[in-house]
Design a protein around this ligand. Structure first.
Ligand code: UDP
Ligand code: MG
Length: 323
């Protein structure tokens, strides 16, 4: 596994990884709750890796204040907003822990679960993921679309995502290294977690409402996220047309045969304008959809081939020099 980084501070047991974008309002309460957890688990040494994903409010300044008071708090500042998935990737790359826990800063992932995660980790699990049993804090439409996405994703891919599992989980160093060994740019973290394998267990929890601020997601973003997820994990949408196309050609041949026979038996028959138009429109439409799907993949191949870095780090705080 070529790209795995050497660990600079092997005294750290647990790395908490928090990606944040414009979260100055949520920060204070978050650190309060996380420190409670840390104080309840004094057997372990913690670090809190905060990724400032290009915030344009006072998030970074506020983070620096916390980092000044507490060297456990480490900051990676991105040069612009790259997205939570990439924030998490940076967290995995720069973390030192024997395990890592990605968590949201808005306290929708209850920090008290961390103690349970660690307990299961001690029992020998390499991945302990949270399962949201109650998504009442999400709107009905979001819950329905999420459910549909999990259904479709799991139908199409070989490494299914446990239903209602999010990014909130504990992963062992083994899993971190497996994730870091990937070379792809379009990272669908939920899918990747499952793809790595390893001994896993789920813990149920109730997803809370946001502590402050507003969600950064809208339906258009979610739709694109779902597309990224599916195209990153399966080529089924490309392959299915081979079979559907085959079926259409076959029925076309039968129909042609029928028309030839009918012409021979009954003579030439001119009507058929409407059905002809319908068929042309239908086929034209299907072909465009197929082209669109191929385009989705080609676009992603283009992005992968360009091989750009997935994020740019502008600044790091509280890391050792060589990190
Ligand atoms: N986030 C991020 N970069 C982004 C958008 C969001 O790092 O571009 C962080 C955000 O600050 C929060 C987490 O990702 O810690 C989850 O975001 P949010 O609460 O908006 O999503 P939701 O909980 O509604 O799915
Ligand atoms: Mg949230």
């Amino acid at each position: 596994m070529g790209k795995v980084l050497k660990i600079n501070d092997d005294s750290v047991d647990v790395s908490i990884i928090v990606s944040m974008y414009n979260e100055e309002e949520s920060l204070g309460l978050f650190f309060e709750k996380i420190n409670e957890v840390i104080n309840n688990n004094l057997k372990y040494s913690f670090e809190i890796i905060c990724i400032d994903d290009g915030s344009i409010d006072g998030t970074y300044e506020k983070l620096c204040e916390f980092a000044k008071k507490d060297t456990k708090v480490k900051i990676i500042k991105f040069s612009r907003n790259f997205g939570k998935e990439y924030g998490m990737m940076a967290g995995f790359k720069y973390c030192n822990g024997k395990c890592a826990i990605p968590i949201d800063v808005d306290l929708q992932d209850p920090p008290h679960l961390i103690s349970e995660f660690i307990e299961k980790w001690n029992e020998g699990y390499d991945m302990v993921y949270g399962i949201r049993i109650d998504r009442k804090s999400d709107t009905l439409l979001k819950r329905l679309t999420a459910k549909m996405f999990y259904k479709i994703y799991n139908l199409l891919t070989k490494s299914p995502i446990p239903y209602n599992a999010g990014d909130y989980r504990l992963i062992d160093r083994k899993v971190i290294n497996a994730i870091l060994s990937l070379n792809e740019k379009n990272i669908f973290m939920k899918g990747i977690f499952g793809w790595t394998g390893f001994k896993s267990v789920g813990i149920k929890y109730i997803r809370e409402k946001r502590s402050a601020g507003v969600s950064k997601w809208n339906y258009w973003k979610l739709w694109n996220f779902a597309l990224d997820g599916i195209t990153a994990s399966t080529t089924f949408p490309l392959r299915v047309w081979t079979y559907l196309g085959g079926l259409l050609s076959l029925s076309g041949m039968f129909y042609a045969f029928y028309i030839i026979l009918r012409t021979i038996i009954k003579g030439i028959d001119v009507p058929g304008y409407a059905s002809l138009l319908v068929f042309i429109l239908l086929l034209g439409g299907i072909q465009m959809v197929i082209l669109g799907i191929i385009g989705e993949y080609v676009g992603r191949i283009f992005l992968e081939v360009k091989n750009r870095p997935i994020y740019i780090v502008e600044n790091k705080v509280n890391f050792r020099d060589e990190e």
